[in-house]
Design a protein around this ligand. Structure first.
Ligand SMILES: Cc1ncc(COP(=O)(O)O)c(C=O)c1O
Length: 352
């Protein structure tokens, strides 16, 4: 259906004309040998933006997270993370099955841990336990609702990690959404962490790619890990060219529009029949709603919404996630809310 409103994910965004032109004119070389000038420029730009010494272009956020973990440790090591972390929930168990880490889950609220909970979860050195090695943070937190990890909390968590000798990784797939929403430069959001990965292929609209950033030695290890998992590329400048077009201040600042539209959508949905949602939880470009009162599950709701012209994704048995991005305009938001409202009215009537 051509005019389906697609709120499935910001990963659905298509490259801009400028990106396609940049691909056509990109200076290329063999990146496996470090000879692609466009990749080298992108990596330098990413390192600058995150305040790290070096960076590495990878194929995806999943690969960025995986090679980061492989560079930080391996079999017998433990990574401390929240149960909704993308790397734990959605990355096919790669942290265990490929990197060899054991996850230790730390309770969190909307994906954001408390320093005391982290402190309590780190076990002392003991022959019975895996070695606590890495603290894993996510900003913005996807399953947390696009939630923000604020600086004071991040600094407190990193202080606990340091006390226990842990390294710190930030899954910053949407770090620029966090940066725009908080008004804090990405380099400050990454400050204190040993590594961060961010995605070019989500709200920034690139077709492919993520970047891992950290100290030179770490990036060297991540580069080797990327090779091991088959992620080293040749003329990857065609990917990097899009990344360079995306990592411009004005393009990053545009994410604020997605946040404004998500808020508007949430305000409209808050009044829809049978829809439960907490407006205070809408912090960036995601809106999570609960439709238990509709009396159907999220899978059924998805297909009914789709038939009415709205594509969204499931977040739980009775939860839906709606994500704004650059292909969604103000009219789409009004229409999307109308579609949800109509289905809610049909299923839940006047029930709130
Ligand atoms: C927080 C987070 N980390 C990592 C990823 C993985 O990125 P990719 O889909 O490029 O592998 C995603 C994807 O949605 C994500 O939301």
């Amino acid at each position: 259906m051509a005019d389906v409103i697609n709120l499935f994910s910001d990963t659905q965004t298509l490259p801009t004309e400028e990106m396609l032109r940049a691909i056509a004119h990109a200076e290329l070389g063999d990146d496996m040998l470090g000879e692609d000038p466009t990749v080298n420029r992108l990596e330098a730009r990413a390192a600058e933006l995150t305040g790290k010494e070096a960076a590495l272009l990878v194929t995806s956020g999943t690969q960025g997270n995986l090679v980061s973990l492989m560079a930080h440790g391996g079999h017998g090591d433990e990574v401390l993370l929240d149960p909704d972390a993308h790397a734990y929930f959605y990355e096919a168990g790669a942290m265990c099955s490929v990197a060899g880490f054991t996850p230790r889950l730390v309770p969190a609220e909307r994906g954001i841990m408390r320093p005391e909970a982290l402190d309590a979860a780190v076990r002392p050195a003991n022959v019975h336990f895996p070695r606590p090695a890495v603290l894993w943070l996510e900003n913005t937190h996807n399953r947390g609702g696009g939630s923000l990890l604020r600086q004071d909390r991040k600094d407190a968590l990193i202080a606990v990690a340091r006390r226990h000798g842990l390294r710190v990784h930030i899954d910053g797939a949407r770090i620029f959404n966090a940066s725009v929403a908080l008004g804090v430069p990405a380099r400050e959001l990454a400050d204190g962490a040993d590594s961060i990965q961010f995605c070019l292929s989500k709200g920034l609209s690139c077709p492919v790619g993520s970047v891992v950033c950290g100290a030179k030695e770490f990036v060297q290890a991540a580069r080797r890990a990327r090779k091991r998992v088959g992620g080293a590329m040749r003329q990857a400048g065609i990917i990097a060219a899009c990344g360079l077009a995306a990592l411009q201040p004005a393009w990053i600042a545009r994410l604020a529009e997605d946040h404004r539209r998500a808020r508007r959508l949430a305000e409209l949905l808050a009044g829809a029949p049978g829809v439960a949602l907490d407006l205070s939880r809408v912090e960036t470009n995601m809106v999570f709603i609960d439709i238990s009162a509709w009396g159907i599950g999220s899978r059924d709701a998805l297909s009914r919404l789709n038939a009415a012209g709205l594509r969204v994704s499931p977040s739980s048995a009775t939860g839906l996630r709606l994500v704004t991005h650059r292909h969604i305009n103000d009219v789409d938001i009004e229409r999307a809310a109308g579609i949800v409202r109509d289905l809610g009215r049909a299923l839940a009537g006047g029930r709130a």
